[in-house]
Design a protein around this ligand. Structure first.
Ligand SMILES: *[C@@H]1O[C@H](CO)[C@@H](O)[C@H](O)[C@H]1NC(C)=O
Length: 298
């Protein structure tokens, strides 16, 4: 090889290497569930880290006051007036480090639980692939997050439906990344651990909802929960999280960032996610700024 070729090969390798490194550190934020007129452009975006917005939620229920399950035919339930396809394109054009995904499921629809419901595995998967493919293309999205929290199906059926859906979306190059969003609850963990056992390889991030733990969570407890969940979801990038609503867990005021610094010093800090932009808007996204600055040092 000529010197020039060696030189360019090294540049390509270096660029590739830094890309992989920066992709590992991510800041993610759920947005759009509470209709607080929040827009992508309201949220601070540090240029030195990967930033993912996660539109919340697409749900396989009908809209209206008595929602019915649709067997995998997804509808958009986020604030689509403020978080539209053109706004997705625009924020991604202005910030090359931004990607946008959608989350499926969520806790509630019209104040009732979103129950994961499949009439059969094959029909659910087929409906979900076609409805989500069209939403993802319409909105120029890059990824998917799985956030069912109530189940009218066995762990095995849930695992087959979700695992096959994500595998097909990835194989079809409709999405480039996928995550799951479990929390520490017996039934929830049974469903997500079954999914992880059969299909863990198709997911990169684990958005573990650390804010579903008790409000009295200490830094030491938080770190031990992180170890437990990293062992449960072995091979995944478990992200730490806080909420800016009234839910629990270790809040920024009570030592969340101290816990992050500890993980960072142990090279275990894979990223941070926040629930949610809608709730943070009133406070001017103070803790988002702090989280992103911390990640930019990591
Ligand atoms: C989900 O199931 C629960 C009972 O398990 C029920 O009370 C609730 O209404 C259901 N949700 C919807 C949207 O129908």
């Amino acid at each position: 090889m000529s010197n020039w070729k060696v030189f360019f090969a090294l540049i390509v390798l270096y660029a590739h290497g830094t890309q992989i490194l920066t992709q590992a550190i991510v800041f993610r934020e759920y947005i759009g569930a509470n209709f607080e007129n929040v827009r992508f452009s309201d949220v601070p975006i540090n240029p030195n880290i990967q930033v993912h917005f996660i539109l919340s939620f697409a749900i396989d229920f009908t809209s209206g006051s008595s929602p019915k399950p649709t067997n995998g035919k997804f509808n958009v339930f986020w604030d689509a007036d403020n978080l539209s396809p053109s706004q997705v394109l625009s924020i991604k054009r202005q910030h090359p480090n931004v990607k946008v995904g959608l989350s499926i499921g969520g806790d509630s629809v019209s104040d009732k639980s979103v129950n994961f419901t499949a009439f059969s595995i094959d029909s659910w998967v087929s409906n979900a692939v076609s409805s989500l493919t069209s939403v993802i293309k319409q909105y120029n999205l890059d990824g998917i997050d799985i956030d069912y929290e109530h189940f009218h199906a066995t762990p095995d059926i849930f695992a087959q439906c979700i695992g096959r859906l994500v595998t097909i979306l990835k194989n079809n190059r409709v999405i480039s990344f996928a995550s799951i969003a479990p929390f520490d609850d017996g039934d929830v963990q049974r469903h997500y651990l079954a999914l992880w056992r059969s299909y863990g390889r198709v997911f990169y991030y684990v958005n573990f909802q650390f804010y579903a733990y008790d409000r009295s969570t200490t830094v030491a407890q938080f770190l031990s929960y992180f170890e437990t969940q990293s062992a449960n979801y072995n091979g995944g990038k478990v992200l730490v999280s806080f909420s800016t609503d009234s839910s629990g867990g270790l809040k920024p005021e009570n030592g969340f960032f101290m816990a992050c610094e500890r993980l960072r010093s142990q090279r275990k800090l894979n990223g941070i996610f926040v629930w949610s932009a809608d709730n943070s808007k009133a406070n001017g996204f103070r803790y988002e700024r702090q989280a992103q600055a911390l990640l930019a040092k990591a």
